[in-house]
Design a protein around this ligand. Sequence first.
Ligand code: PLP
Length: 483
Amino acid sequence: MNNQNRTPLFDALVEYNRRKPAYFRVPGHRYENGINPILLEAVGDAVFSFDLTETPLLDDLHNATGPIREAEQLAADLWGADYTHFLVNGTTCGNEAMILTALHGGGTVAVPRNAHKSALMGLILSGGNPAYIMPELEEEWGLHGGVHPDTVEEVFRIHPDCKGVLIVSPTYYGIASDLKSIAEICHRHDAILMVDEAHGAHCYFSDDFPKGALELGADVCVQSIHKVAGSLTQSSMLHVKSDRIKKSRMDSNLTLVQSTSPSYLLMLSLDMARHDIARRGKQMIDRAAALAANARERINAIPGMACAGRELIGKAAIFDYDVTRLIVSANAIGITGFDLQKMLFSEYNIDMELANYRNVLGIVTFANEQENLDVLVDALADIAHKHRDGSPLPPAEKLPPQPEYVLSPRNAYFSDRERIPWVDAKGRIASEMIAPYPPGIPVIYPGERVSEEVWDYVEAFRQRNGHLHGPSDAKLSTFVVVR
Ligand SMILES: Cc1ncc(COP(=O)(O)O)c(C=O)c1O
């Protein structure tokens, strides 16, 4: 841990800039010389001289043996992995590579219905069969809860050959599943536990947060360092801590899903974020937690507003909760999350991360200021006062049963397809997914047959202009099915 003061990739890039060779490689802008002067004026010039490429001094992401390898090893030491890969195409490509690696040669992996769409892309690329697992539903807040260990046990009863289980933990909403129990179940069945930890890189550095996936027995996890841990957008890390995963296979799968021209700015930002977290990670996230706790208490004191907290733990297979996620609801006074998000942005200049029917989500990080939270609390108090006579929203409807699985996502994706009127979709095999919000769980995945219950459920949403994620025709007048 003591060598965490090192910054190998940063040092190599600084040294390169000190030497500043006459440059005949890509990228063509040659340090800052070729950048549009308007852009230089707006953002300054220094950053462009770090936008370099593979040279003898700067290593190669796809076959790292120099400063990139060293920087990755420092990250592995910090997060407690056997080895770490820097990713330049986000957790998206990490999820794809995990699933490709688990499914090498085909087979089945368990995937939660609320997984990020990169899991579906991994299934399409690999050709594997998903055993879909359902997270529990937390009805009061209209959220996906955790995945119950019994649900995972049941997957292995039905699919004893299942090669791996993917769990999203913590979720966007900060909800963590019981990964320790799930890891034990996976390993008992000779399968790997893959964790989409896109939202959890910071959790490893304070006891007041859910424990990290690697500490709880996950074989592999992927983290969007850019989401809360200070690196640039699109930069992530994949950590492996397992001898159940063949390194050469993971390496080649990562090559398959990443650019051959990985951005040095992204990789550099990963090295520097790791350096910062190693030096002051606990202080950083404890600060975020304190800011969020104070705001939560003040929001809960506003009549008509509510902000979820640790009382979620124990419900709906929620094993732990990341308190830096502010889930704010104005349901009691009849305001949907969608409307609340719009009001906060257009009337108060406050940009929240996302909304669903019941609530809005704000992410607090170490880089927020107290002033940001004050502005949010004041805006919520003002909105609550203006809408004090509103009546509570009705609860969300129950999800329809999981439809019949006919084709693998890959076969559904590559089959001949046709676009048909949505009214004719009943009984057809879907070629795209539909996830009505709330709760954002796909009710149909590619390869599943559109059942009457699913069609009715989606149609009710469509009729009232509800939010539907997934279909290429967002209004769902038409739908793409297997021909
Ligand atoms: C749970 C989850 N997994 C994966 C991703 C994809 O991550 P990235 O944006 O780093 O590609 C996201 C993005 O929002 C996510 O929320």
